[in-house]
Design a binder for this molecule. Sequence first.
Ligand code: PXP
Length: 381
Amino acid sequence: MPAVIMPQVKAPFSCLKLHRSAERLLRYCGLSQQELNVLIVNDTQITEINTRWLNRPRPTNVISFPQESPGLMGDIVISADTARREAAEAGITIECRLIELLVHGFVHLLGEDHELGNEAARRMAAREQELISYLLMEGIMADLCINVDHIATIRQARGGNEPDPVVAAGIVELAGADGIVIHLREDRRHIQDRDVRIIREVVKTRLTLEMAATDEMIGIAGEIQPDIVTLVPEKRQELTTEGGLDVVGLEESVTDAVSRLHKHGIPVSLFVDPEDAQIEAAARTGAECIEIHTGRYADAEDRETEDREFEAISQMASKAVDLGLRVHAGHGLNYRNTARVAAISEISEFSIGHAVIARAAITGLDQAVREMLKLVKGMEA
Ligand code: PXP
């Protein structure tokens, strides 16, 4: 990975945020093949470094060390103690200040130096402002969209009204998720047409409709107007979506579906395996986005396979961004394996369903039993 964050102090901040910021800066400046090390230290440590290498026997907020070695952009050392004090003075969070300092150190590594006079200082401040604006515009962290299909699966098991995925969508949004995902399957095994209609009306964030590229589904999408459609392969016997869409084999029909959805004003994402040929074909269809199928990574039975699949996701995410595609990812992500892929800065959105609904069933069970005990035994919850 090109950006390596090394906290030497207990971190009261998100290293993930710093990592994604550093990687986004590298990509924005066309340096994604370069390595950048960011060391987070305390005031004593930065004083030692400042004294030893720059002959300045005092603490400071950030120091940059450009490196001559090929492939290594340099090292940035930041004092978390000074960052915390400066954040308090400016009335901002320590995370914000750390990102400002990262940008400052980064611009130094690009060769700017505010100590070389007024003009140099003005140029450096302008470059920093440009990079901060870029991070703000692009956003640093990935969005989390929750797939509520499994709420509908539980409802369909009894054929009644409960639990209602519409209610679930509301709770998911109130909890802070960035969007709702539903998959209207041709066999209607979980989400129903009525769910899609009502969820479209009530969702205030973003609605992703997953569907097969059929005439019926394209017609429904046109009526419903989701914020984005994700085209997925569908087989009747499968338990869940198995494997990505074969865009290579179906390029003509997928391109046609993408263009019909575009005529309805709907952006399109293609759910694909992390493979070169699929990503290249996806870019040719005119789709705006791909969703990388993370199933092989999530299902890996040993560390070696997991590492290999992780690398494939990371490399294909980078390739897709180079081809002008936005990158989402999902399938099989859970509470153990998500953090690793969340560090891939090219991925701007995660679509997660089963793990969250399964966790909700278990964590909500205690309260559900207590409420029923109250009815049966008159016991206080
Ligand atoms: N993305 C796509 C395209 C899917 O088909 C699914 C499963 O419905 C998911 C993401 C979410 O997968 P999971 O339920 O395993 O989190």
